[in-house]
Ligand binder design. Structure first.
Ligand code: PLP
Length: 443
């Protein structure tokens, strides 16, 4: 069959014809367990009639009204709900259409904050070598995902990247997690001093790292130290929770567990649960009030920002999470998932690490478990295992990241919050078979 869609891969992928609960069926009639909801997007499962109804109702009421002239009821209600859902002191929500836009919005929001306060020199954004913040040029420029950045390097300003917080790869032998976390965080201070504190606007980091290295949580104390450093130099702290936020790790925002309150937080995937393209940058009253006190607008309009139908869908998704008590399921079901992964892969010679928080878990595949030697890029291990799992009727999210010259292959499992124990068993059993099938191809 010919296709006029410019797909991201040379081959046309399978056509999805039906999605219900945790399953997706293709045009050939094959059904897959969607164990990662794409890239941790699908948080309530597919095809929930309550969300479908909310979308239809909003489309029939006000499908679009330009935000230069109007707000909408679902946008207002959604923003209020998000602010009430987190224990962080976040007070305003700027709603956009994708995680990349949310990150760019956050970066511009921070710059505008400094401008409003007369701090015109602050324009630099520091991030980490182990990071992915989106694929638009502005978001890509901030992150450290080597493979996604490399082809476009000549088109981007140089990224300012400091140490990651990745204990599996970077903690020294005998170093406690706490000591490692402080050492990793202090690389931010060194970079601020090198650049000149008065030139730095913000520090940007994923709380639990997603695409580059696969569900890597921070060690205890790391983000508290980051917060201290940001405060010391008047720098805004931006937490990118596009993947790990909205209860994916348990609390509404993962960073609520880390004892550090960011100035700006981005969210996306679990916000709309895949039902509509929607994301946001939330900020504290202090960030917002800097604008209003100075009588400044935030010049960052997008045609489809705060789209009423997308907002209605996201609000309905948040209603489902609340009404079905799904947030409270994430910790216990995450624990079950973790136990199953530990018992299937805990002694596997090619699984070097099992990590994550809540229903955001990953396994790292290595050639040698003892010395953590990764597979060569030419082995394409994560992709092989993804293909093997797909043949077995399981969708996982594969990734191959390179940090400080060390590459890694990982598989991410991030099922919807209403996943059952029986489904977790099937996911881990198929993943086990897929891992072994992928490894057998390389020999
Ligand atoms: N930030 C993080 C942490 C992400 O994981 C992603 C996407 O994977 C993005 C930003 C970009 O989001 P989007 O693909 O919706 O533009």
């Amino acid at each position: 069959m010919t296709t006029h869609v410019f797909h991201r891969t040379p081959e046309r992928p399978a056509i999805a014809t039906r999605a219900r609960g945790i399953e997706i069926t293709d045009a050939e009639g094959k059904t897959y367990i969607d164990s990662s909801g794409g890239a941790a997007v699908s948080c309530i499962g597919h095809g929930d009639p309550r969300v479908v109804e909310a979308i239809a109702k909003q489309a029939a009421t006000v499908e679009y009204a330009h935000t230069g002239a109007f707000t909408s009821e679902p946008a207002e209600a959604l923003a209020e709900r998000l602010c009430r859902s987190t224990t962080l002191p976040l007070d305003k929500v700027f709603i956009v259409g994708s995680g990349s836009e949310a990150v760019e919005t956050a970066v511009k929001m921070a710059r505008g904050y400094h401008l409003a306060r007369g701090d015109e020199g602050r324009h630099r954004v520091i991030a980490r070598r182990q990071s992915y913040h989106g694929n638009t040029l502005g978001a890509l420029a901030r992150g450290g995902h080597v493979a996604r950045r490399t082809p476009f390097l000549p088109m981007m300003p140089e990224a300012l990247l400091v140490d990651p917080c990745f204990a599996y790869r970077h903690a020294l032998p005998g170093e406690t997690p706490e000591a490692y976390g402080l050492r990793a965080a202090d690389s931010l201070e060194a970079e601020i001093l090198r650049l000149g504190p008065d030139t730095v606007s913000a520090f940007l980091a994923e709380t639990v790292v997603g695409a580059t290295t696969g569900a890597v949580p921070p060690v205890p104390g790391y983000f508290r130290r980051i917060r201290e450093i940001c405060d010391r130099y008047g720098i805004l702290m931006i937490s990118d929770e596009v993947m790990c936020g909205v209860n994916r790790c348990g609390p509404f925002f993962a960073i609520e567990e880390d004892g550090a309150a960011p100035d700006i937080v981005t969210l996306g995937k679990g916000m709309g649960g895949g039902y509509q393209p929607i994301a946001a940058a939330m900020c504290t009253a202090a960030v917002h009030d800097a604008y209003s006190d100075a009588g400044r607008s935030f010049v960052n309009g997008h045609t489809y920002m705060a789209h009423p139908v997308a907002c209605a869908a996201a609000l309905a998704v948040q209603d489902v999470i609340r009404d079905d008590g799904l947030a409270a399921r994430v910790a216990p079901m995450g624990e079950k998932l973790r136990q199953r992964l530990e018992s299937r892969f805990g002694n596997h010679p090619n699984v070097g690490d099992i990590r994550g928080r809540g229903l955001f878990q990953a396994i790292e595949i290595v050639a040698d478990r003892d010395d953590k030697t990764p597979f060569a890029a030419s082995d394409g291990m994560a992709g092989r295992i993804f293909d093997a799992c797909r043949d077995l009727g399981l969708l996982v999210y594969p990734g191959s990241g390179t940090v400080d010259g060390i590459r890694g292959d990982h598989l991410l499992v991030a099922p919807p919050y209403n996943v059952t124990e029986a489904q977790i068993d099937t996911i881990v059993a198929r993943l086990g078979d897929g891992v072994d099938a992928g490894l057998a191809q390389v020999g």
